[in-house]
Each structure stands twice: as C-alpha cells, then as structure tokens.
Design a protein around this ligand. Structure first.
Ligand code: DC
Length: 222
C-alpha cells in the first residue's frame, strides 16, 4: 500500500508518518528532510538558488527505512539538529518555490518510491509525488500549537530558540508555501483532513490507522 501524509510544518505529520511506518512495517520517506538536505548543501557550499544543476550534481543518497529516512551526502550523514534549523527550513521553502527544483526533486522521489509499499510524508505527496496513493491524509493544527511543537523539538535537540520567533517564521513559511503561483501547497481533493490541535498523538494515530484499515477492508470487498 502507498500512503501519502501531507501537512504544514510542525503539524505533527512527521511523528505520525514515522509511527504509521513502524506500525505497518513499511518504509518511510520524509520528503521535507530531503528538501532540507538540498537547502543545507546550498547554504554550506554557497550554491545559489538559481543553480539547480549544481545542486542536483551533489551526491545525495536517500534510503527509506521503517520509521526513518536515512540520507547520506559525500561526507556521511548530516547531524539532524543542523537540518532542523529555521534557517535551513527557510532555504528549503525558498527552493520549494522554484518550479524547476520541484520537478526535479519529484522525479527523484518517484525513482526512490518505484513500486514499493511506502509512507511518503511532505507537502505534495498526495497531489504531485504520488497521486496514485491509495490513502491520503492531510494533517493540520493551529499555528500556535505547531510553533509550540517545533519549539519543544528544537529544545530537545539542544538548540537555543524563542517561541515568538518560531511562530513568526511558521506564519511566514505557510504564506510562502501556500501563495507560490506554481504548485501552491494545498490538500489533494481525495485527502482526508485530520486536525491534531489539542489531541494526543495516540488519538491521532488511532484515527489514521482506522482510515487505513477501513480502506484495506473496502478494497478487499470490491
Ligand atoms: O516539512 P518541513 O518543514 O521539514 O519542510 C521544510 C520546507 O521544505 C517547507 O517549508 C517547504 C519545503 N517542502 C516542500 O516544498 N515540499 C515537500 N514535499 C517537503 C518540503
């Protein structure tokens, strides 16, 4: 089964996608982390946003595993705390606004996915990367709750951050991702919307697993 899990930043989609992958024992592709890897490389190697060819000539290996997406660059794995910064997130969102970049990264994703059973998580897994997915979930939460979650995630990784600043950056990033003229960020027409505001992760997981089981029962009976 192919499962697409999309949603805005810090909506909880990565936590949910990871748990669904573990529960079902199928690999997990976190597309945002791949965007962040390209963004990180463009920052440290000072590759301009116009030079998409140079970015794609970088050696990046993406290995979806159960519960984790392993990414290797020339020098090995990048420490997660360096990929999760708001600076890298902002650069990733700027890259995401470039149509040529999106087309190339999407065909890179499609090669990785192939005919495999997989959980693909991002912004456009259900609309552009894997429109054929059997189950599409769109996860949302209020901006304040998302800022609080991102704040805790970064603090747990050891970063010094301010809640207000994170909230501001999240609002800016949402605006840029939703208002870009090509490939604007929106749920797929056949996606099921799950609002996680005020819900515990167990409750969200139960809700989504139910949707998945219902779908597989339904396809068995048709
Ligand atoms: O999911 P995330 O916050 O780690 O993603 C970082 C940025 O990458 C996000 O602001 C927009 C971009 N992105 C995208 O445009 N499409 C994706 N499928 C994944 C990420």
């Amino acid at each position: 089964m192919k499962i697409a899990i999309d949603g805005p930043s810090a909506s909880g989609k990565s936590t949910v996608a990871k748990l669904i992958s573990e529960k079902l024992g199928i690999p997990y592709l976190e597309t945002g982390l791949v965007y962040r890897t390209f963004a990180y490389l463009s920052l440290i190697k000072e590759i301009s946003l116009e030079n998409i060819d140079a970015l794609f000539s970088e050696k990046i290996e993406v290995i979806p595993k159960v519960g984790k997406t392993v990414i290797k660059i020339e020098t090995g794995e990048i420490p997660e705390v360096e990929l999760r910064t708001e600076e890298v997130g902002k650069r990733a969102s700027q890259l995401g606004a470039i149509p040529e970049f999106r087309e190339r990264i999407n065909s890179f994703f499609r090669q990785i996915i192939g005919n495999n059973q997989i959980v693909v998580e991002g912004r456009d897994a259900g609309t552009h990367i894997m429109p054929e997915a059997e189950v599409k979930i769109f996860i949302t939460a209020s901006p304040e709750e998302r800022a609080r979650r991102r704040y805790e995630q970064l603090r747990n990784l050891g970063a010094e951050v301010s809640y207000e600043e994170i909230l501001q950056k999240i609002l800016e990033r949402d605006k840029r991702d939703m208002e870009r003229p090509l490939y604007p960020f929106r749920p797929a027409e056949d996606a099921i919307i799950v609002d996680t505001t005020g819900k515990e992760i167990e409750e969200v997981l139960r809700e989504i697993l139910e949707i998945i089981y219902e779908h597989s029962e339904h396809s068995k009976s048709t």
